[in-house]
Design a protein around this ligand. Structure first.
Ligand code: GLA
Length: 674
């Protein structure tokens, strides 16, 4: 078990007011519009805006020039109107001149093609020129605004995500590998270069996994992903350290994650942040969009180990799906309050005012093209007003008895070419497991397999193909210590070098789950199901021999695996060798949870109603369009913080309805801040 170093998270809402606002890009508008912006921000209850995310060319139109006048006026204006600023370093989008003067700052893709300016994020993370210019503009920005009274938080770069296969990246990759392996012998051994004549004799022969004739060396690919995450993090840390030097200690630093983005080991990154923030864009048309929003919240809260910041969401449609659907009335409010229920202390959007030009002019804003009379803005106003009354949530914790284990390194290794099945998408498997818990009304955290798990009554592993020895021992110790562990298929197969463990699965795990032998993996076709006892399995099946003392919970029926165990259990450790269809997975996890003493916050919850506790509050969120009634525990009286109404016995919820229930005595005293 790896101890997580103590990170002291900084409060997001120190004055007990949840943050509400969004990215504000005033450089896209004549200054006359700004006065209108602050008037409407006030009207909508906006108390925080993120400024400067893509302002590099405006701040530094020529190399070394500094144009801070507009930003001075803007910061003062926002401050005068009580709107705090999350100030961004502009380094996600270098101006065209940087690419012209220093072509080496432009990334190269796997084919060696240059990624040009003309969009955004065209920076090579390991380019020394890029890092020099980024540090310089960051330094001057921090010096100028580090003590500005409007400054609330620093936002570094934006959604770090670029890969680079170019020359400087190759050099940095070699340095990273030297630090990791020390010798080429160790690298050759870890990469298994005896295969296909890949032995490297000099460091010059070590390159990023550029385009090749056929499948590339999987450990080279895995290490390159690790390196890329680390190289981007170095860029973040460099800018973070600069802004910290020039601002008071109470100003936190963040960078906004994309949720479940494959390019970043966000467990490691989160340890470097004062506030953990994320951008959440579930599809309004997805019937399980609410579940995805919950999963993003659970992951971000777990990275933050407490309150987190919803840095971006959309008030209406995005503009990067096939068809970009608006949010039907009430959905923006529902998902915003859902984020608060699951630990957010800030609810923000991309972006404040919808653009009229540029690539995102059809992406919604809080203030859409329809303007202040529009439906979108009306709902934004309502959300702003309601959040003002939810100070009792600020800073409060969301209790969870279950942890879902997730690890980027395992994702990177398990998702490569040449595996038993290319139909298994790791993120979909994780989502299926989280969905099962969500539908069973069980609140879950996420955790890394190396974390201390002892606080959880149940731990689930949707799939961890790669596990270190320490992680395996952590899981074994967790079960030995009384924990319930439920694991999905193709887990514990490889070590951290992506070397298959003897027997196809770690021996300690086989012992834990009661598996004597893994004979073969039998992946399924995308629409295929396999019968297992009473339910259907999808995606995968395994030919396993059970060990003595293992209980076969369900066996395969029919087909090649007829009679072989599908779900095995030894004591508190369960192994699912397939992905059960949703109702079956839900029932199975609910059963295991009940056995572990985990119960939903309320019993008898109707389908589609999510119930989450946060501190002393109970959030009820209705994801459906009809009317439902939620039964409350006998004898308890609650007050809905949103309406002020008192409820005993039950609460009715309409279409996308939300109730935030506090104990009557507490709320009656009018407690504002937690
Ligand atoms: C990301 C970016 C924003 C914007 C939105 C659009 O989250 O950070 O700048 O492009 O996507 O959805």
């Amino acid at each position: 078990m790896t101890e997580r170093t103590a990170v002291s998270r900084m409060p997001i809402a120190p004055d007990g007011r949840l943050l509400f606002g969004g990215d504000y890009n005033p450089e896209q508008w004549p200054e006359e519009v700004w006065a209108d912006d602050v008037r409407l921000m006030k009207e909508a209850g906006v108390n925080s805006v993120t400024v400067g995310v893509f302002s590099w060319a405006k701040l530094e139109p020529r190399p070394g020039a500094r144009e801070f006048g507009w930003l001075d006026r803007l910061m003062d204006l926002l401050h005068a109107h009580g709107v705090g600023v999350v100030l961004a370093t502009p380094t996600a989008s270098p101006p065209p001149w940087l690419g012209r003067l220093h072509p080496e700052t432009l990334p190269r893709d796997e084919n060696g093609q240059t990624v040009w300016w003309g969009s955004r994020q065209q920076f090579a993370h390991s380019s020394s020129a890029y890092r020099r210019y980024a540090a310089a503009i960051t330094e001057d920005l921090a010096k100028r605004y580090g003590n500005h009274p409007a400054l609330r938080m620093w936002h570094i770069n934006n959604e770090y995500c670029t890969f680079d296969y170019g020359t400087e990246s190759a050099r940095a990759f070699r340095d990273w590998l030297r630090a990791k392996y020390d010798t080429l012998d160790a690298l050759n051994e870890a990469w298994g270069t005896a295969f296909w004549s890949q032995h490297v004799e000099t460091w010059q022969d070590v390159i990023p996994p550029r385009r090749a004739q056929y499948m590339r060396n999987p450990t080279q690919v895995l290490d390159f992903r690790r390196f890329t995450s680390d190289a981007l993090m170095e860029c973040y840390v460099a800018e973070r350290d600069i802004v910290r030097r020039h601002s008071p200690a109470h100003v936190p630093v963040t960078t906004n994650f994309m949720p479940f983005w494959t390019g970043q080991d966000a467990w490691a990154w989160a340890e470097e942040e004062d506030v953990v923030s994320v951008d959440a864009y579930p599809d309004p048309r997805d019937p399980l969009g609410g579940q995805y929003n919950a999963m993003i919240a659970d992951m971000t809260r777990s990275q933050a180990r407490g309150p987190w910041m919803l840095m971006e969401q959309a008030a209406g449609p995005v503009n990067w799906r096939g068809a970009n659907h608006p949010k039907p009335p009430g959905l923006n409010r529902l998902w915003s309050l859902q984020a608060v229920a699951r630990g957010a202390d800030a609810v923000c959007y991309f972006q404040w005012r919808q653009s009229r030009q540029g690539a995102e002019k059809f992406h919604s804003g809080m203030l859409s093209h329809a303007g202040e009379e529009g439906r979108t803005f009306a709902e934004v106003r309502r959300i702003g007003a309601e959040l003002t009354g939810l100070g009792a949530a600020a800073g409060a914790q969301v209790p969870a008895d279950i942890a879902v284990l997730h690890d980027w390194h395992s994702w990177w290794a398990g998702g490569q070419e040449g595996r038993p099945s290319s139909h298994v998408a790791y993120e979909e498997v994780v989502r299926a497991w989280h969905r099962a818990l969500w539908e069973a009304h069980l609140t879950a955290d996420f955790a890394h397999p190396g974390h201390d798990l002892s606080a959880y009554k149940m731990v689930v592993v949707p799939q961890l193909y790669l596990l270190s020895d320490a992680a395996v021992e952590n899981l074994v110790a967790y079960v030995d210590g009384g924990g319930t562990l439920v694991s999905g298929f193709f887990t514990g197969v490889a070590d951290p070098d992506d070397r298959v463990r003897p027997g196809g699965m770690d021996a300690r795990l086989r012992q834990l789950f009661g598996i004597r032998t893994v004979h073969e993996w039998w992946p399924l076709e995308p629409q295929e199901t396999v019968r297992c006892g009473e339910f259907g399995g999808t995606l995968w099946s395994e030919e396993l021999a059970a060990a003595d003392g293992a209980e076969v919970v369900a066996a395969y029926r029919g087909g090649e695996l007829d009679g072989f165990p599908a779900v095995l259990r030894r004591g508190r450790a369960w192994y699912l060798s397939t992905l059960p269809e949703p109702p079956a997975l839900r029932a199975l996890l609910a059963d295991a949870a009940a056995g572990a003493g985990v119960r939903p916050p309320l019993s008898g919850l109707p389908a589609g109603v999510e119930a989450v506790r946060r501190g002393e509050l109970l959030f009820l969120l209705h994801h459906g369009r009809g009317e439902v009634t939620v039964a409350l525990p006998d004898g308890a009286a609650y007050r809905d913080l949103l309406t002020g109404e008192e409820h005993t016995g039950s609460v009715p919820l309409g279409r996308f309805g939300v109730a935030v229930l506090g104990p009557v005595s507490k709320v009656a005293r009018g407690s504002g801040a937690a």
